[in-house]
Design a protein around this ligand. Structure first.
Ligand SMILES: Nc1ncnc2c1ncn2[C@@H]1O[C@H](COP(=O)(O)OP(=O)(O)O)[C@@H](O)[C@H]1O
Ligand SMILES: O=P(O)(O)OC[C@H]1O[C@](O)(COP(=O)(O)O)[C@@H](O)[C@@H]1O
Ligand SMILES: [Mg+2]
Length: 460
């Protein structure tokens, strides 16, 4: 990679630079179908709409993934993805489209908005009339009747939490699912789900391609945990963080109102601490944030008890936020085998209940006779079983419309999502392989440390 000119390695006097961008190739129906026919988009013949110059995107419109560089590095490189948006030529005749929409995995604010916008976008922009909701997740493809959807039916779904289509874990049977897609004649499949769903979606797409079916598959990443990689964040995450803050505020009030009061809040986050981290940064009431990516310990120098001792001595109260996946290795397990849910996700022991017990034990041992209270709040589903906030509703809308334009353009096996604020199409397998975890060596975590001044839990 070359940077021009390169006299000052620190980039102080740099006037221009070149970034080596590798364009990621998106699967397309033309890859495996002999002669798919393209047609002008119906947007062209819409009397009420006159596209401005540059409205239609093409192969030359891309989004670069990396935006942060160290100019002293030898090479500046990034991957680049096709930009999401309408194309002038599409690979479907709208009157022949039979679209299926499915929601899988746990709830997430905004699911109904995505469904609604898929229906509205397909119906209003492209004139599609055959749109079906698959009930109860992947298993619904082969075990339940689909629900016919139309614009009237979905008109106020964005104001409701949950998923009207219902969802479930488990029940992934590749052949039954793809057989059902063939039998029902679906030629567009929109899959809304998290990391597990995406791994399933990759298999569905590969099987569809193996069978050479004229079926476009798009996924829209969903999870409050925000554990999906490459994209900026998953929808519903911000709403969940907002709700989490209410729990933290309550814990703070309780802690402040008691001598030596500790407010303890457990938040969702199976293997990632994004909700805990973001709620901590935004609430400012938190003294210590415990996440799965950063092991912690209780006793001794630099441990949680010593830190809380200091905080209680200084302020008379403290607030601790713990992500549900944190500290699992410290909680005594009675059964040898760890439990799994129907999708194969680990079922955790309750770190909040355990920590509350440990805090009480510690105080009783070291401060016998002094007043002390731990108020434990576990908002669990309250942060995700809610309507999406304005930002998430807007985000869900753009995701759905991006997915529709991509599928109509013949792209398949892709995910629609924002990269540094711009909407892109990303190959599904790349997303399914990339996990978004909190990097405790980067600035996000450093901000938590500087806001809370909590210990790093690195034993010296
Ligand atoms: N590796 C996998 N291959 C195929 N299907 C999977 C895989 N992992 C999960 N699934 C299916 O995806 C769906 C949702 O997965 P789950 O982990 O519960 O939620 P999420 O997609 O939100 O992470 C379930 O129906 C599950 O059976
Ligand atoms: O809905 P369940 O099965 O009780 O699972 C709860 C889990 O779902 C999550 O909300 C994440 O769900 P997804 O992986 O389905 O997005 C976790 O934060 C939580 O551990
Ligand atoms: Mg998941």
């Amino acid at each position: 990679m070359n940077v021009q000119p390169k006299p000052h390695q620190d980039g102080q006097h740099l006037e221009s630079l070149a970034i080596n961008a590798t364009l990621v190739r998106l699967p397309h129906l033309t890859d495996y179908l002999p002669h798919p026919q393209s047609h002008p988009t119906p947007l062209e013949s819409n009397h009420f709409y006159h596209p401005f110059d540059g409205f239609y995107l093409s192969h030359s419109d891309i989004i670069i993934r990396r935006t942060i560089y160290d100019l002293s590095a030898n090479s500046l490189s990034s991957s680049a993805y096709p930009r999401a948006g309408p194309r002038k030529e599409i690979f479907y005749q709208p009157q022949n489209v039979r679209a299926a929409i499915v929601t899988c995995g746990g709830l997430c604010p905004g699911l109904n908005t995505v469904i609604r916008e898929l229906v509205v976008g397909l119906w209003e922009q492209y004139g599609v009339r055959e749109i079906f909701g698959i009930k109860a997740g992947y298993r619904g493809f082969y075990s339940m009747d689909p629900v016919k959807l139309d614009v009237k039916m979905v008109h106020n779904w964005h104001k409701r939490g949950g998923t009207v289509l219902e969802t479930s874990r488990g029940g992934f049977d590749l052949h039954k699912i793809v057989n059902a897609i063939e039998e029902h004649g679906y030629n567009q499949v929109y899959i809304i789900g998290g990391d597990g769903t995406l791994r399933g979606a990759v298999k569905i797409f590969n099987e569809i391609r193996r069978r050479k079916l004229y079926v476009g598959v798009a996924a829209i990443p969903k999870t409050v945990d925000n554990d999906v990689g490459i994209i900026d964040r998953s929808f519903g995450f911000q709403t969940a963080v907002e709700k989490a803050q209410q729990a933290i505020s309550a814990a703070h009030v309780e802690a402040e109102s008691a001598p030596n009061g500790i407010g303890l809040v457990k938040l969702m986050g199976r293997t990632t601490g994004h909700i805990a981290l973001n709620a901590t940064l935004s609430s400012r009431d938190v003294d210590c944030c415990l996440i799965p990516e950063n092991s912690f310990y209780l006793e001794g120098k630099g441990g949680l008890f010593e830190f809380l001792d200091d905080r209680l001595a200084q302020n008379g109260h403290a607030v601790v936020v713990v992500a549900e996946g944190a500290g699992q290795d410290m909680i005594p397990r009675t059964d040898a085998a760890s439990q799994k849910d129907e999708s194969g996700n680990p079922v955790f022991l309750d770190v909040g209940v355990w920590l509350k017990g440990e805090l009480k034990r510690w105080w009783e041992r070291d401060h016998k006779g002094e007043l002390f209270t731990v108020k434990y709040i576990d908002p669990t589903y309250m942060i995700r079983a809610v309507t999406a906030n304005a930002t998430d509703n807007l985000y869900c809308t753009l995701l759905a419309h991006s997915a529709i334009h991509g599928v109509m353009a013949g792209y398949t096996g892709f995910v629609a999502g924002p990269i540094k604020g711009n909407y892109a199409y990303i190959p599904m397998d790349e997303i399914a392989e990339t996990k978004n975890q909190v990097d405790t060596k980067d600035h996000n975590w450093a901000w938590v440390r500087s806001v809370t001044t909590q210990p790093d839990f690195e034993r010296t």
